[in-house]
Ligand binder design. Structure first.
Ligand code: ADP
Length: 167
């Protein structure tokens, strides 16, 4: 069974990586797919996010990295994935995730959504929190893979030095 793990990954965190490592043990193949969402302006370009994931998962067998726009179920079918994998951190994730899972099931009944409970130590972690900490110069070394921490430092040092009146 192959699985698709879709998300924004803007940027990849250790919570995402933990889920990827566990899923790599469960499935014959896993594709981590960055969603190109036209309604969001990401902090990192698609190419940067793909590279961050590639570097962080290089030690794992059976993990591919890709991107898609459009419907997740279409990409799952294209990749031959019988499972869409999502992480659940807290109750607050549940309602939205359930809605998406039911919608995807109505579109593609053969594709199941499976949830993995996030590791306790990463259950407070989100890409937004990481960006917020890094923006104000906090240490994010314990929250993201090393390459991502470097990318965050570069991103916010640069915007710091080019910052205009709009902040
Ligand atoms: P999206 O915009 O699709 O929610 P994210 O990159 O925020 O994209 O999340 C992708 C997936 O990873 C989601 O299933 C989300 O629940 C899960 N996830 C987010 N943060 C963590 C974390 N700290 N630990 C494990 N899974 C997480």
């Amino acid at each position: 069974m192959r699985a698709l793990y879709p998300g924004s990954f803007d940027p990849l965190t250790l919570g995402h990586l933990d889920l990827i490592e566990r899923a790599a043990r469960l499935f014959d193949g896993l594709v981590v797919a960055v969603l190109q969402n036209p309604s969001k302006t990401p902090a990192f370009s698609l190419e940067q996010r793909l590279e961050q994931i590639r570097r962080a998962t290089a030690h794992l067998g059976g993990v591919e990295v890709g991107s898609f726009d459009g419907l997740t179920v279409d990409f799952a079918r294209h990749y031959g994935a019988g499972v869409i994998l999502r992480g659940l951190r807290a109750l607050s994730d549940f309602e939205f995730e359930l809605q998406i899972a039911h919608t995807n099931h109505s579109l593609a009944p053969a594709v199941e959504t499976l949830f993995l409970a996030t590791a306790v130590q990463h259950s407070f972690l989100s890409s937004s929190v990481v960006k917020e900490v890094a923006r104000f110069g906090g240490d994010v070394g314990h929250l993201v893979p090393e390459g991502v921490a470097q990318d965050l430092a570069r991103l916010f040092n640069r915007s710091e030095s080019t910052r205009g009146s709009d902040g």
